[in-house]
Ligand binder design. Structure first.
Ligand code: FMN
Length: 137
């Protein structure tokens, strides 16, 4: 499995690493890839697209790298399952509701409710359990 993320201050990155740990605990390998190292065809052979990005701008995805990446993969992921996660600060999670709806619009199936955590994840178990759920899809 592959997890592609963007993280400004490390909160979503921490989530990505813990989620990967949870997936590994179930016996499946998941590589964690910073979006700056990601390429548009990297999910071609994957059944599940796992993506993480924090709430940026005004309830949007990070616009420099992550938003263009989503645009790049948007025409290549129809029919795949999608799992989303990310950290937020002062909002109510609107960025994630919009993002999930957008991915469904690309023909993806959202099989697990996205995981959102305010600021830094303090409860490691929450992300690890989320990873275990992904492994069980
Ligand atoms: C430029 C900027 C814009 C942000 N916009 C939002 C926002 O619209 N809604 C929100 O809930 N949090 C917002 N935040 C807070 C971040 O989502 C929050 O600090 C998060 O934990 C950062 O995670 P990261 O370290 O993975 O980037 C913003 C933070 C920055 C720096």
């Amino acid at each position: 499995m592959k997890i592609v993320y963007w993280s400004g201050t490390g909160n979503t990155e921490k989530m990505a690493n813990l989620i990967s740990e949870g997936i590994s605990k179930e016996g499946t390998e998941a590589s964690v890839i910073n979006v700056s190292d990601a390429v548009s065809n990297m999910f071609d052979d994957e059944d599940i697209v796992i993506l993480g990005c924090s709430a940026m701008g005004d309830e949007v995805l990070e616009e420099g790298e992550f938003e263009p990446f989503i645009e790049e993969i948007s025409s290549k992921i129809s029919g795949k399952k999608v799992v989303l996660f990310g950290s937020y600060g002062w909002g109510d999670g609107q960025w994630m509701r919009d993002w999930e709806e957008r991915m469904i619009g690309y023909g993806c199936q959202s099989v697990i409710d996205p995981l959102i955590i305010q600021n830094e994840p303090e409860d490691d178990g929450m992300c690890i359990d989320f990873g275990k759920k992904i492994a069980a899809i």
